[in-house]
Write a protein of this length. Structure first.
Length: 400
């Protein structure tokens, strides 16, 4: 894939589209689609938005070439990533499992293809002819047990790596998670890519993401470069299930801050994440992971207050000390397991660990090696979220 002449920044394809959302109902799994030697490519061709193709040709820039496969295409991230890639001029193949998801992908300009990461036999046709795979499929949840996440997040990722290597894919980009740092024996302040990833007992999801992350890095070779993009708390969509759970807690009167929400964290607006993924097509060293965040940090309190305000809600003042929250979460976890109650407890060990301490990680490496710079500020993201929530939902296209 010759990408050396593309110059138009991909951020324009993201920012001008306002996260290029395909509206669908809320999902429980953020990037999950439908599942409840160093090597460089010289320049990213995701950098040319649709509507600018003629200008790009006039300027002597190469048009995007090569097919890109996106897994998890119907997930919260995939639904924004697919149209952004299409807008940038890519031939996009969207891997789906349901007819409804395939129709949505086709309406966004992608080529839908059936595939299931837990079924290796279904993957060969999906990856055939692709030069880049962006693996965004995964299962998300708050259970401390890792077993529920292994089939999709770990075995599924290994299946994708095997299929991609056999199809001679040149670039494999995996959406990891900064929360793989949870469980670190030292306070998570000033962390970066030199810090070892963890398999925390409080989060089976985070533990599974660590295992998958490590498998992706280990699969790097001279024939297929592998890159991991690790965002923080991904936010900015009206159907974000994490925000929905906090909103529900406010409605039911169960919302409590931990330690008053005073701890500082980093987060990643979905536009900034999509921008970073686009840059990773053409930049970044094979076998490496990159943290990507919004500019600056914020307190848990201010972050949640902004999200809830966008939904027309006020963050309650009620708070619980961190140690007490941790004890309560452990007790609830035991009670839920003993009684085999469905779903997650109202307070989980994962949520407590994410909110009872600072979570400050540097993305300096991505800003140098990926040439990453955020394309949207936190205030702009909150305003865009407010606008999206207030906007009327367009009726479905019955002709698709």
């Amino acid at each position: 894939m010759d990408t050396s002449k593309a110059q138009e920044p991909f951020r324009q394809a993201v920012a001008s589209e306002g996260a290029v959302s395909m509206r669908e109902g809320p999902e429980r799994m953020r990037g999950a689609g439908e599942y409840g030697g160093d090597q460089h490519i010289s320049r990213s061709t995701i950098d040319q938005p649709a509507g600018r193709a003629e200008a790009g040709r006039a300027a002597g820039r190469a048009e995007p070439t090569g097919r890109v496969l996106v897994t998890g295409a119907s997930g919260t991230i995939g639904r924004r990533l697919v149209p952004a890639l299409v807008a940038a001029g890519y031939q996009v193949r969207a891997m789906t499992r349901s007819q409804a998801a395939a129709q949505t992908a086709a309406a966004a300009g992608a080529e839908p293809v059936h595939g299931d990461v837990t079924d290796p036999a279904s993957l060969s046709a999906a990856v055939r002819g692709c030069e880049v795979v962006i693996h965004a499929a995964g299962r998300m949840g708050a259970s401390p047990s890792v077993e529920p996440f292994l089939p999709v997040n770990v075995a599924g990722t290994r299946n994708m790596l095997t299929a991609a290597a056999e199809a001679q894919v040149r670039r494999f980009i995996y959406l990891g998670a900064a929360m793989s740092l949870l469980g670190s024996p030292r306070p998570i302040t000033g962390a970066d890519e030199t810090w070892p990833l963890q398999q925390p007992r409080c989060s089976g999801y985070a533990a599974s993401k660590t295992r998958a992350d490590q498998a992706v890095q280990a699969a790097n070779s001279a024939r297929m470069a592998t890159v991991v993009i690790r965002p923080g708390w991904v936010w900015g969509t009206a159907d974000d299930p994490s925000t929905a759970s906090f909103a529900q807690a406010v409605h039911t009167g169960q919302m409590r801050l931990i330690d008053g929400g005073r701890h500082r964290i980093v987060a990643t607006h979905i536009d900034n994440l999509i921008h970073a993924v686009g840059l990773a097509i053409g930049h970044g060293s094979g076998g490496c992971g990159y943290y990507v965040f919004d500019d600056g940090s914020t307190t848990v309190r201010d972050f949640l207050a902004g999200l809830l305000q966008a939904h027309g809600l006020t963050l309650p003042e009620a708070s619980i000390p961190g140690p007490a929250a941790a004890g309560l979460a452990r007790a609830l976890d035991v009670a839920w397991r003993l009684t085999r109650r469905p779903g997650d407890p109202p307070l989980t060990r994962m949520v407590v660990e994410l909110n009872r301490r600072a979570f400050l990680v540097s993305d300096a490496r991505a800003r140098v090696e990926l040439r990453y710079q955020p394309v949207i500020t936190r205030q702009q993201g909150l305003q865009r979220l407010r606008d999206a929530i207030r906007a009327p939902v367009q009726p479905a296209n019955q002709g698709v």
